[in-house]
Design a protein around this ligand. Structure first.
Ligand SMILES: [Fe+2]
Length: 263
């Protein structure tokens, strides 16, 4: 909301330019035909040239988004635990929550870190009880719990191309898409180590595990590679950052796991 107030003038200017473009005849039918794009897209481009505002970028930069979580953390945990009884699933949720928080801070979205973290915590809320309806049943469960539509989208689009056709759009959604499976791979690789920890794991050994298709075969290498591509990152960058995130939060995740699962 704060963003809207701060940037109201800019947004009005942008909208006026867009409407002027459409209404003034600047946009010719021949332009539409030649570009293969629609009037609205051309108007957006034109207004961008005039005002320097790109609505999509503003959203990605946290402007239009300025997301806040729909639920308190306590209520989000209660929701998670209503539909997840397996300790492994609770641990995965806590891990992805922490990794998303790390990424929010790392990528300059610290103000939205609670939102990124909540999306991570709830991303698999329906998976244990409704695996066949993953990312579809979740929409109903989340709605019932009072989660806002944009957060439901952010949560459910991580199943893009697998169980849902909602494409990740925002940076946060693409980070979740890319890191989710990878946290599973890193967690499994840590368990193979004498330390049982990520802290002494190096990129080289993670890459070996990544290449070994038989190791943690359930963690889709294609989704991870595709995720890196969507982010415009080299695979190594995604592996390095996600490993760093898990290292940074390993102790906190373990403590939280004790609290939530009580083993
Ligand atoms: Fe997941």
């Amino acid at each position: 909301m704060l963003y809207y107030i701060v940037h109201t003038k800019k947004i009005i200017r942008f909208l006026v330019c867009t409407l002027f473009y459409i209404g003034s005849g600047e946009c010719r039918d021949t332009d539409v035909l030649a570009s293969g794009r629609d009037t609205e897209e051309l108007a957006t481009d034109w207004a961008f040239k005039i005002t320097g505002i790109d609505l999509e970028t503003m959203r990605i930069e946290g402007g239009m988004g300025m997301h806040t979580p729909s639920l308190t953390r306590e209520n989000a945990l209660a929701l998670l635990k209503t539909y997840n009884k397996e300790p492994f699933h609770i641990q995965h949720a806590l891990t992805v929550e922490a990794v998303m928080r790390w990424y929010a801070n790392e990528l300059g979205f610290g103000e939205e870190a609670d939102y990124w973290a909540q999306v991570g915590l709830l991303h698999d809320v329906d998976f244990e009880m409704y695996p066949e309806e993953h990312c579809v049943k979740a929409q109903e469960l989340l709605k019932e719990a009072g989660v806002a539509d944009d957060e439901i989208y952010s949560i459910c689009c991580h199943g893009y191309g697998i169980c849902i056709d909602w494409e990740p759009k925002e940076l946060m959604e693409n980070v979740l898409y890319a890191a989710d499976e990878l946290t599973g791979l890193i967690g499994a690789a840590a368990l193979m180590r004498p330390s049982k920890s990520t802290k002494d794991m190096e990129l080289k050994s993670l890459k070996k595990k990544f290449k070994d298709k038989k190791f943690a075969a359930g963690c889709s290498r294609d989704v991870i590679k595709n995720g890196a591509e969507r982010l415009g990152w080299e695979l190594d960058e995604l592996l390095t950052k996600t490993l760093m995130a898990m290292q940074a939060y390993e102790d906190e995740i373990a403590k939280e796991y004790e609290v939530q699962v009580g083993n």
